[in-house]
Design a protein around this ligand. Structure first.
Ligand SMILES: [Zn+2]
Length: 136
């Protein structure tokens, strides 16, 4: 149990780390582009053309086009969100019995795990149950 909790926590931290790296990279791109595009009347389109054409010097990698840098930043951000969502799924799975609520009849019932879709045992509707609490 402790191993699962630890893995879940490190996965969560890893997801946050990836998000921060992604945000950081995108912020650097914006930071570099801002002095050249902020005076323009259409900031978004000139920002876009600036990112597509300009390149930046990175001490470790060499020159890199800003568009690649923003793509890398976006990938990091998406990976981070994915890992975060995934580690939340494990959080539901690793707990004890959980309490689900039907959004139609508001009745509660216990289940082994959170379900995306389930048949309500009270009103027999096929619903998306809400998690009331996880048994810990
Ligand atoms: Zn119901």
């Amino acid at each position: 149990m402790r191993v699962i909790v630890q893995r879940k926590l490190s996965g969560h931290l890893f997801g946050i780390f990836l998000c921060l790296v992604g945000f950081g990279i995108l912020f650097v791109v914006l930071w570099k582009a801002w002095p050249s595009v902020s005076s323009s009347s259409n900031v978004l389109s000139s920002l876009w053309s600036y990112i597509l054409t300009e390149q930046t010097d990175l001490a470790l990698i060499g020159t890199l086009k800003l568009v690649y840098l923003s793509i890398i930043g976006g990938i990091f951000l998406f990976l981070g969100i994915f890992v975060l969502a995934f580690s939340r799924q494990i959080l539901y799975l690793s707990g004890g019995p959980i309490l689900l609520q039907c959004p139609y009849c508001n009745n509660h019932w216990k289940a082994r795990r959170a379900m995306g879709w389930a048949e309500c045992p009270h009103c027999r509707k096929f619903i998306h149950p809400q998690v009331m609490k996880t048994g810990k």
